[in-house]
Design a protein around this ligand. Structure first.
Ligand SMILES: [Zn+2]
Length: 256
């Protein structure tokens, strides 16, 4: 085999072939009578492995900025500080996202408060603009992306691993003594459409275009994001993400 030929054609052909086969399989399997459905449930479980989830609610008023756990509210639906009706988006999200955007979020902790992380599901509404490239939001918020890679997480009962994009981020903040300090965090995500799953923003855009042109539908895509702090010069967070995501994934599947 000519190695030059293989390296030139190999990756391109593989991508084209994979898309073509997947596309054909989808047409064959589902026909064109698709409806405008989401690919996952918009609900985060109370328990993910040994992580326990805490629900968070936000005040829509920017000057108030109230943020409460469900336990603190004890069933109250109005902001204890200003009386505005609470919701699951903070004021920034509420002002940036279309009103019919779906959102679920929880803060998770392992016993002893270990491995705390935020999990968020954003489900696009009718105009599909709720989901954009997460890298853009992060850099706009002052985070520098130090590293970015896709990790493959084995799933029980499925041959293909779950692919998750993990960004390592660093943000310069002021420490209490006034000296600049580095806040190190991670942001991990993957996208889910009806019958589709990818960690790649570009691949998601290709699928959206394909479904629109060939099926006349625009599915409600969701993105699932996990975020938390990381240690300097350590990849320990990758294992945390893998442990959590492999247990969260089956809980988000839609019942057939
Ligand atoms: Zn308030």
């Amino acid at each position: 085999m000519d190695p030059t030929r293989a390296s030139y054609f190999g990756p391109r052909l593989f991508v084209v072939a994979a898309l073509a086969v997947a596309a054909w399989a989808n047409v064959f399997k589902t026909g064109v009578a698709n409806t405008d459905e989401a690919g996952i449930v918009l609900e985060l479980p109370a328990q993910v492995g040994d992580w326990s989830g805490i629900g968070l609610l936000f005040c829509p008023d920017r000057s108030c900025g109230g943020q409460f756990t469900e336990a603190q509210l004890a069933g109250a639906t109005a902001c204890p500080k200003c009386g505005a009706p609470l919701g699951n988006m903070n004021w920034a999200e509420r002002s940036l996202l279309p009103a019919d955007t779906g959102m679920a979020r929880k803060y998770y902790l392992r016993p002893g408060g270990r491995d705390p992380l935020h999990a968020t599901i954003v489900l696009s509404g009718d105009d599909r603009s709720s989901i954009h490239r997460p890298q853009v939001c992060m850099t706009a918020a002052g985070h520098e992306i130090a590293d970015e890679r896709i990790i493959r997480i084995p799933l029980e009962g499925r041959a293909e691993p779950l692919e998750v994009m993990v960004m390592d981020m660093a943000k310069t903040v002021d420490s209490p003594d006034g000296a600049p300090a580095q806040y190190l965090s991670y942001y991990a995500y993957w996208f889910v459409g009806k019958g589709r799953e990818t960690a790649s923003h570009v691949e998601r855009m290709l699928w959206m275009g394909y479904d629109r042109v060939f099926h006349g539908v625009s599915h409600r895509w969701a993105y699932i994001a996990l975020s938390g702090q990381r240690l300097p010069r350590s990849d320990a967070h990758l294992q945390t993400i893998a442990d959590f995501a492999s247990r969260l994934h089956p809980a988000l599947l839609k019942p057939e």
